[in-house]
Design a protein around this ligand. Structure first.
Ligand code: SF4
Length: 159
């Protein structure tokens, strides 16, 4: 964060904004400095390419910091990102440690709801269905969930 703050003050107006999608914005940069800012953020270890699978995931605190969580959602998101092969939409996958869904106020295109350590029920958003959407699998391992997500994104590239 200190590195991002330094970039914001050296290239912009020293503003940093956090988004509801667990992203960071550096506003008010000159367009000509955008590449420099992206390179600086990437050097800090931040994801700057929306095609990176982890850049399209959000996860709640999970069992690392929440007693209600049934899984370590943040660590599982990193593992799941490494398993995915198909590029997809930004913020398209939401991992939630329980039904409270703290990490995302709206419905993601795909939701993984923890049912136990490393295991999730998968839902695909469907406005015609209540709750998280249409079931895509029950009690899936991360590998099984990744295969389902890849298959879905291949058959519905606009999801
Ligand atoms: S969604 Fe559930 S598990 Fe995740 S932070 Fe909120 S209360 Fe905890």
């Amino acid at each position: 964060m200190r590195g991002a703050a330094h970039l914001a003050s050296s290239l912009g107006d020293a503003s940093l904004r956090m988004t509801p999608w667990q992203s960071l914005l550096l506003p008010n940069l000159a367009a000509t400095d955008a590449e420099l800012a992206l390179a600086g953020l990437a050097a800090l270890g931040l994801l700057c390419d929306p095609a990176q699978p982890l850049a399209r995931m959000v996860a709640c605190t999970g069992s690392a910091g929440c007693a209600k969580a049934l899984a370590d959602t943040k660590a599982d998101a990193v593992q799941l990102a490494a398993l995915l092969r198909e590029p997809g939409p930004v913020a398209g996958i939401h991992l939630s440690g329980c039904a409270r869904s703290c990490a995302l106020a709206h419905r993601a295109p795909a939701t993984l709801l923890a049912v136990g350590p490393g295991h999730y029920d998968l839902y695909f958003h469907d406005p015609a269905q209540p709750g998280l959407g249409a079931p895509g699998g029950r009690n899936l391992t991360l590998k099984e969930a990744g295969a389902q997500l890849d298959a879905r994104l291949r058959s519905n590239p606009d999801d």
